[in-house]
Design a protein around this ligand. Structure first.
Ligand code: B0W
Length: 833
């Protein structure tokens, strides 16, 4: 197998002058791109205006990008690599303008061409390379690392098609392809010279070399070329520009030619397509069932290309003679869930088969390089791959996994002699009619650090799922509570609130969110003027959202109403159903004239269901059906509005979060590892109604129980009750619940499609309902009533809103990244030269 010959020694250390950022120069540059580069002569589609501006701005990142790159390459400096199948980046233009501090100048430059910057910004498609929280977290982490000047590079896949576009037809979710690259991506730089070959298939040959050492060769493989595309990740006003490197799969030339010469052109094309399939589409599964061969190909493609690339970079920084036994001194890989954890075996393979290290030396390196983050306890999201698939696709990797497992099980049996139950529980290979590789086990065995993403979640990992491993290696386990970046989620998304806060406490909070606590005194009596302005900001944000909702789904609502929001992936454990039951309850109160302590509400729900997840899709249909009836019932009017926002994505959350009054975080306790939407809402001054789950707990601790609407069973109660769960008893004993269930059952919301919601009712009433929706109904209703009471007291509500924002300092990813760095990565911040 030949490595692709792309890299040349051409290197010119040109002196690069920083480009001017005054509006006249920006404008000239914009015109240049528009005319000379894009070749637009007359009026043109608005996306070209965006594109020309994006290039103009990108140019102004280049010097800093190069300087950061060079500074981080200094030999001896440690680097971290964040390896993730998902980076849910959203839009880049507005983010860079904010980070560079050139928004006003750019606004002016565009005005000179009679263009409104905010409209140009809207032309950028979201880079939707992720499903939900896990992918967005990776993007927030990248932002914070750049702001903290940490030498961290992201490795991901450049999917041709990102997260599907959701639209609603007759209340049902429909999916359309998201060809986000259709008009090109001005932010990416293709670096073909750093391409890597990734092997698949073939077989292994075990031979003894001239020195009597056993060597393994992996031969007869179908190779795919991984081509890197780099995206700049700018830090906040600090001249640091880090890199997100996304791999695209292409066919090798050799491959094509061989087939072509044999006269089978179509075969050659088929092979080419097969290679390119690897980076064609993001799997839209989120925490639901999985297991397709192409997905395993994606995982190995990412892991192999990235590790080879990191080794290349390290080699280059040190010159040609390096001792790979020192690799772990300067490199660490953070694996975002189990998706890239085949990297453990791949690094072993490269060290042994290509760098000639013996097993022990290679293991010493690998197990000091790898760190693993777990994001979910849901059994259906825990990855297991059939051994036969590994055998066919990655035979050499399977051999290495067997060897890792064999040595690991020896450690287990030394510690617990004769404990066969434990051996079979802990084995990386799950026995059964079809044998499987347990990816989480491989990750734990191969890593020096294993973390959960919120305090409760990490606790549940130690006590439950990973308990055996915790007993063996307690020192590996730690918690890193998630966060979100305050740049995107406050400074960019909520400019009015940003201006108000900055006017009172300065702007230091944007890069140091701990400072936001200085807002607390403004929640107190005597600060009525501030509080009045706080309300005005929220109201203006609600007006902005109302316009957006009207446009997206045709529902109008009064911005003075209480805005109650649940946006996140559709999943039974997140319990959008509980929300729906509450809506039906409110509707029944209107119909029956029960208006005690009534407040007008708008309930917004949004989120995508995995295309194959029938129940989640049916829940979307239920919500839309309820919305249709409620919104058109003349008895209801402004008292209650329901909107299902289609195609929920990063850029819609930027409009939703700043407007929200009530944040719904109502998962079954113990099921939501952390949640991060909860943090975005809190930062923007929403009060949370939530279960004792994930990061909700830490949010409540930060803001105080009196400013948080807690309800529902706790995780230990959920587990304890599971065997004696009798949901119909709640229905029998609770008249208000009964009337809700009866109204759905009688077909009030689906007169034309009888029976379609029966599966939902069956699930709710099943003693095996894992999500125990009905158990929490009464408690949820009471918490919602407490919200209504609090909302009626405007001063009290305003105070609560300010305190939520003021208490959100802990939930910045800057804090999260500092913790990862202090306890796992141990990097030194790097100033660009
Ligand atoms: C995402 C994708 C896939 C898949 O494509 O197979 C499987 C699982 C996930 C996933 N997402 N697992 N956990 C998450 C979410 O991660 C965020 C960030 O840590 C948490 O806040 C959420 O609680 C968790 O559900």
């Amino acid at each position: 197998m030949k490595a692709p010959k792309f890299e040349s020694n051409f290197y010119r250390p040109f002196r690069l002058e920083p480009l001017s950022c005054d509006s006249a120069e920006l404008g000239r540059n914009f015109k240049h791109y528009w005319s000379y580069h894009l070749g637009r002569f007359q009026g043109c589609a608005p996306n070209y205006i965006y594109e020309a501006l994006a290039y103009t701005v990108r140019d102004r990142l280049m010097v800093d990008w190069r300087n950061t790159w060079n500074a981080q390459l200094e030999p001896g400096a440690r680097r971290a690599y964040y390896m993730s199948l998902e980076f849910l980046i959203g839009r880049s233009l507005s983010n860079h303008l904010l980070n560079m501090g050139i928004k006003n100048e750019t606004e002016q430059a565009m005005l000179d061409y009679s263009e409104k910057l905010e409209e140009v910004i809207e032309e950028e498609p979201d880079a939707g390379l992720g499903n939900g929280g896990l992918g967005r977290l990776a993007a927030c982490f990248m932002d914070s690392c750049a702001t903290l000047q940490l030498p961290v590079m992201g490795y991901g896949i450049r999917y041709e098609y990102g997260m599907f576009r959701q639209y609603i037809e007759n209340g049902y979710q429909k999916e359309a392809a998201d060809h986000w690259l259709q008009n090109g991506n001005p932010w990416e730089i293709e670096r073909i010279e750093y391409s890597q070959l990734v092997q698949f298939g073939g077989h292994t040959e075990h031979v003894t070399d001239d020195d009597g050492v056993l060597r393994v060769r992996w031969v007869g493989t179908d190779d795919v070329v991984a081509v890197p595309f780099d995206m700049p990740i700018s830090g906040y006003r600090n001249k640091t520009v880090n890199t997100l490197r996304l791999w695209k799969a292409t066919a090798t030339d050799e491959f094509d030619l061989a087939e072509f010469n044999a006269g089978s052109y179509t075969e050659a094309v088929r092979a080419k397509n097969q290679a390119e399939d690897i980076s064609m589409v993001l799997y839209p599964n989120d925490s639901s069932e999985n297991g397709k061969e192409l997905r395993l190909r994606q995982q190995y493609f990412l892991a192999s290309a990235s590790i080879k690339d990191a080794m290349r970079v390290w080699l280059r920084a040190h010159g040609e003679v390096v001792d790979f036994r020192r690799f772990a001194d300067e490199n660490v890989f953070q694996m975002n869930d189990t998706h890239p954890t085949i990297a453990v075996a791949e690094l072993m393979r490269l060290l042994i088969d290509e760098q000639d290290l013996d097993w022990d030396a290679a293991w010493a390196v690998t197990s000091r390089c790898m760190a693993y983050t777990n994001h979910t306890l849901l059994p259906e999201a825990l990855e297991k791959w059939p051994v036969f698939l590994f055998e066919r696709l990655l035979p050499r990797l399977l051999e290495i996994i067997y060897e890792i497992n064999g040595r690991f099980l020896r450690i287990v049996s030394m510690k617990w002699p004769g404990d066969v139950g434990r051996l079979s529980r802990m084995s990386i290979i799950e026995e059964g009619s079809v044998r499987h590789v347990r990816m989480a086990w491989l990750a734990i065995v191969g890593s020096f650090s294993v973390n959960g993403v919120a305090a409760l979640h990490s606790q549940l990992l130690r006590d439950g799922l990973f308990h055996d491993f915790f007993q063996l290696w307690p020192e590996k386990f730690n918690n890193k509570t998630n966060g979100v970046t305050p740049r995107r989620w406050i400074a960019h998304a909520n400019p009015l609130m940003t201006a108000l806060i900055t006017e009172h406490i300065g702007d230091g909070w944007i890069a140091d969110l701990g400072q936001i606590v200085r807002l607390k005194p403004y929640a107190e009596p005597g600060q009525e003027a501030f509080q009045q302005r706080w309300r005005e900001v929220k109201f203006a944000n609600k007006q902005r959202l109302a316009a957006f909702v009207a446009e997206e789904c045709g529902v109008t609502f009064d911005p003075a109403a209480l805005l109650d929001v649940q946006v996140k992936r559709m999943h039974e454990y997140k319990r959008q159903l509980l929300n729906a039951l509450h809506i039906v309850h409110l509707y029944l109160r209107i119909k029956h004239g029960r208006f005690e302590h009534w407040v007008n509400r708008c309930v917004l729900i949004g989120g995508k269901a995995a295309p194959g997840y029938r129940m989640a899709k049916n829940i979307i249909k239920l919500i839309n059906s309820i919305a249709e009836v409620v919104n058109s019932d003349p008895d209801v009017q402004d008292r209650l509005k329901i909107a299902f926002i289609p195609n929920y994505r990063v850029s819609s959350m930027e409009i939703i979060a700043p407007a929200t009054d009530v944040s719904e975080q109502i998962s079954t306790a113990g099921k939501e590892a952390s949640g991060t939407g909860n943090m975005k809402f809190m930062m923007n001054g929403a009060a949370t109604i939530g279960t004792y789950d994930g990061a909700n707990i830490e949010i409540m601790e930060a803001v105080g129980a009196e400013n948080f609407f807690l309800f529902g069973l706790r995780a230990e109660h959920v587990d304890a009750m599971r065997h004696e769960y009798r949901p119909w008893e709640y229905v029998e004993q609770d008249e208000e619940l009964r009337e809700v269930i009866d109204l759905i059952r009688c077909g009030h919301f689906n007169l034309n499609e009888p029976g379609i919601f029966d599966p939902i009712l069956d699930a709710l009433l099943s003693p095996h309902d894992p999500w125990m929706v009905l158990a929490d109904f009464r408690s949820y209703l009471e918490a919602q009533q407490a919200i209504a009471m609090a909302w009626r007291d405007t001063e009290k509500w305003t105070r609560m809103s300010i305190l939520n924002t003021a208490s959100s300092g802990f939930f910045s990813t800057d804090r999260t990244m500092l913790e990862y760095n202090r306890e796992i990565w141990k990097l030194t911040p790097v100033q660009p030269k």
